[in-house]
Design a binder for this molecule. Structure first.
Ligand code: NAP
Length: 436
């Protein structure tokens, strides 16, 4: 076509994303060829069931169930099957055969990214996975390439649309957690088994990938501290709103200095308070955003659709064009790198501010007892708000905001408060993120 040489593209998977990728390759062939300097020849599409209905009408002769055969001889393999196996083995086979690989598979990249990057590097192939974090949003390439000369200090991401949808309904419409979950399920925001989303596993996979790229350090997914949204109550959401905050499930990757002076990295996922003035507070519904704080660039925010077949296909196509272009002009591309090899610091070393909600005895001396416990652990209060509910039976509600404190000190403070005679219940402990 137009004198361009052909580049052989093998597509593994034809589901929500794969079908859209196939359509874009076929529909936009001329335009893509002009950008790449070569024509993308879709050599085949591997699926489990050739006769399954597809979102897009595609030539039947492209379909095969023999994925292993399909990757042989490909210049670029696009993996959109999902899951660990056979995706991992097929990608390794593709790389061994000299192909570049594009994937959207966050589970695979979180668990086996270093192994796959290393295999690619050994043969000079390129492994790209822009779509694996926050769907359509360009964040991998900006972190890896655009910010390559800068020093990233912190990445805060709303990277799971389902949980953002649920928390946003609670905040904006006053839904209970159960009602918000039910609506999210009805609208297709939740899988049949919502555990991956609501328990924060999906966000933890993305935190691993973001931390790895931002800090050039291997961050195993099981080293990510993780709390989901299942414990978040409407009362917490309303109290947050009253105090000028919104609760968001955040995936955080941060450079940290431990108490003993060790420079390291923290990767964590939990529901946190964000000031309503913070740009992340404006991320509503199922949208995603990644907020980056870098030494020279300052604050940057990347916002958009974190999922959806066509939206995610955009990111896959970007990687595909880049990989294909490399076949035309040569060059190794920017490899994955773990040269910094920083230690992964435990959650106890994290420093943030907190909001603690307590039910306390409505008696003289109680505030002094609580202040004493905070001081003993080096935690200082920035605000204290007390209210006595009408139906109170000798108790009062206390909301304490703290200055920045180390998580280990805060945890010890909360344990001691819980055991003290002054406190009848610790109602809520939330971290406050997004402040300097
Ligand atoms: P999907 O709709 O479930 O489609 C998966 C496709 O892979 C199907 O066509 C399926 O074949 C095929 N497949 C699965 N196992 C296979 C096997 N062993 N051999 C051959 N074919 C196999 O998945 P998706 O939503 O498009 O997601 C694809 C990838 O993109 C996943 O890694 C996902 O995490 C990632 N991603 C998705 C989104 C999104 O919005 N959907 C966003 C970001 C990232 P059959 O059709 O014959 O069953």
């Amino acid at each position: 076509m137009n004198g361009y040489r052909d580049l052989r593209v093998a597509l593994l998977g034809c589901g929500s994303v794969g079908a859209q990728v196939a359509r874009l390759i076929l529909d936009h062939g001329d335009e893509l060829a002009a950008r790449i300097g070569a024509h993308l020849q879709l050599t085949g599409i591997a699926v489990r069931d050739i006769d399954a209905p597809r979102d897009v009408e595609l030539p039947r002769e492209l379909f095969t169930t023999d994925a292993e055969q399909l990757v042989l001889g490909a210049d670029v393999v696009v993996e959109l099957m999902g899951g660990i196996e056979p995706a991992r083995s097929l990608i390794l086979r593709a790389i061994e055969g000299g192909a570049d690989v594009v994937t959207a598979n966050k589970a695979l990249i979180a668990a086996h990214g270093p192994e796959l990057s290393e295999a690619a590097e050994q043969v000079g192939a390129q492994l790209s996975y822009e779509a694996a974090v926050a769907g359509a949003i360009p964040i991998i390439r900006p972190l890896r390439e655009s910010l390559a000369g800068d020093h990233v200090n912190r990445v805060l991401g709303i990277v799971n649309g389902s949980t953002n949808y649920i928390l946003d309904r609670m905040d904006r419409f006053g839904d209970s957690a159960e009602d918000a979950m039910r609506v999210a399920a009805e609208l297709g925001y939740l899988e049949a088994d919502p555990t991956l989303d609501v328990e924060g596993y999906d966000a933890a996979q993305k935190a691993t990938i973001l931390a790895r790229i931002a800090f050039h350090t291997e961050v195993p997914v099981d080293s990510v501290y993780r709390e989901g949204i299942t414990q978040v109550t409407l009362a917490q959401v309303e109290a947050a709103k009253h105090a000028g905050y919104v609760i968001k499930l955040l995936a955080i990757a941060e450079r940290l200095t431990a108490a003993d002076g060790t420079e390291g990295v923290s990767a964590r996922v939990y529901p946190a308070l964000i000031s309503r003035d913070h740009p992340l507070a404006a991320v509503h519904g199922g949208k995603n955003a990644v907020f980056v704080e870098a030494e020279a660039a300052g604050e940057l925010m990347f916002y958009g659709a974190g999922a959806g077949g066509i939206e995610t296909a955009s990111a896959v196509l970007g990687d595909l064009v880049s990989a294909a272009r490399r076949h035309v002009v040569g060059g190794p591309g920017i490899p994955g790198s773990a040269h910094a090899d920083l230690p992964i610091l435990p959650i106890g070393e994290v420093t943030t501010s907190y909001q603690i909600m307590l039910e306390v005895r409505d008696e003289a001396g109680v505030l002094a007892t609580i202040a004493g416990i905070l001081a003993q652990h080096g935690v200082s209060a920035s605000s204290v708000e007390q209210s006595v509910p009408e139906d109170s039976q000798g108790t009062a509600a206390l909301i304490i905001g703290t200055h920045r404190a180390r998580e280990a000190d805060l945890a010890a403070t909360v344990d001691e408060l819980r055991d003290s005679g002054a406190v009848t219940a610790v109602t809520s402990v939330l971290r406050l993120e997004g402040n300097a």
